[in-house]
Write a protein that binds this ligand. Structure first.
Ligand code: PMP
Length: 327
């Protein structure tokens, strides 16, 4: 019999699939790494297991402990799965504007939700950051992974995502493209691919217009999980060779094309990464191999970017949106 002992064993080793429809006119091979096939539906499963393993090893978490993280997104789901599998309590601190499907998903996995007001500054005692810090301090045996600064997050991509890409392309990958949020993915995978190829692999970050990484004025954008208004500690500038700026409209159009033409129902950050990958691939020769990471699936966005009315209303007023978003 061939089976896993637990769903957590099935994290990683995601497949590559060639993009054949959206790549018209491109000679290079463009391969998508399908991270929504992870058990929790995103690349965040990789960092969750790594951050919890490290916390256990360092003695920050022991049986009966509690994990507290400010997240309403994929990291929350990933941590909730690891928490239940290992018998920890999971508390997600969530800004109230995210109430809805994402929070329902976290509850479904057994996480507890603490809602905090969205519209207070970070230093306010009721903010997302203050409340999660306080809970981590006050609850005995509590641990806050902090995906923005925890070195286990980029390390998990250095140890898994990077080697998988190198292995599955037989070392022929020439370019790697991924969206950048906490920067764990690009920093860990990028550093590995640079090292293993002696700097031959070019690493490109895909960044929403309005985010800090690619320069230019910082303002709101709609694509979720990527882009920041500050440079997080986990960002390693040496791991990245350049950035491509992508607008919300371009990201969402490509996200919809991936669903209708390639059979890949993915989130907006994946559409954004593919736009950046196709720009990167445009003038490359036939023997170039561009790997683009699709960070999560599209089911969580059916009432947003896949909804025409939502798109019409929001794209026209996207300058009013809040850059604060939870990866
Ligand atoms: N896409 C989505 C949907 C995400 O949730 C995240 C994580 N914030 C990313 C891309 C970017 O990954 P990272 O945080 O590793 O930069």
């Amino acid at each position: 019999m061939r089976y896993a002992e637990s769903i957590a064993e099935l994290i990683g080793n995601t497949p590559l699939v060639r993009l054949t429809k959206v790549t018209e006119g491109i000679r290079a091979t463009v391969l998508a790494k399908v991270e929504y096939l992870n058990p929790g539906g995103s690349a965040k499963d990789r960092i969750a297991v790594a951050m919890i393993d490290e916390a256990e090893r360092a003695g920050h978490l022991s049986p009966g402990g509690t994990i507290v993280e400010p997240t309403s997104g994929n990291t929350g789901v990933a941590l909730a799965i690891i928490a239940q599998q290992r018998g920890y309590r999971m508390i997600c601190v969530v800004p109230d504007k995210f109430a809805g499907d994402k929070v329902a998903t976290l509850r479904a996995y057994g996480a507890e939700i603490v809602e905090v007001p969205t519209s207070v500054p970070p230093e306010h005692p009721d903010s997302y950051y203050s409340v999660s810090d306080r809970l981590a301090r006050e609850i005995p045996g509590a641990f806050k992974p902090d995906q923005f600064s925890n070195p286990a997050a980029p390390r998990s991509h250095y140890e898994t995502t990077g080697p998988e890409i190198w292995r599955d392309t037989d070392g022929r990958v020439t370019h790697f493209v991924a969206g950048v949020g906490t920067a764990g993915t690009i920093s860990g995978t990028g550093r590995y691919l640079h090292e293993v190829s002696d700097g031959r692999v070019q690493v490109i970050g895909a960044d929403p217009v309005g985010s800090i990484y690619s320069g230019g004025p910082v303002h709101g954008f709609l694509v979720e999980g990527v882009g920041e208004d500050f440079i997080p500690p986990n960002f390693d500038p040496d791991a990245v060779d350049g950035f491509e700026r992508v607008s919300d409209a371009e990201s969402f159009e490509m996200t919809r094309r991936l669903a209708t033409e390639e059979g890949l129902l993915v989130g907006g950050s994946s559409g954004m990464a593919v736009v950046a990958a196709l720009r990167t691939a445009r003038d490359l020769p036939e023997d170039a191999v561009v790997v683009v990471l699709l960070a999560d699936g599209g089911r969580g966005y059916l009432n947003k970017l896949f909804d025409d009315a939502w798109l019409d209303t929001h794209l026209s007023s996207s300058d009013d949106t809040d850059p604060e978003d939870t990866p």
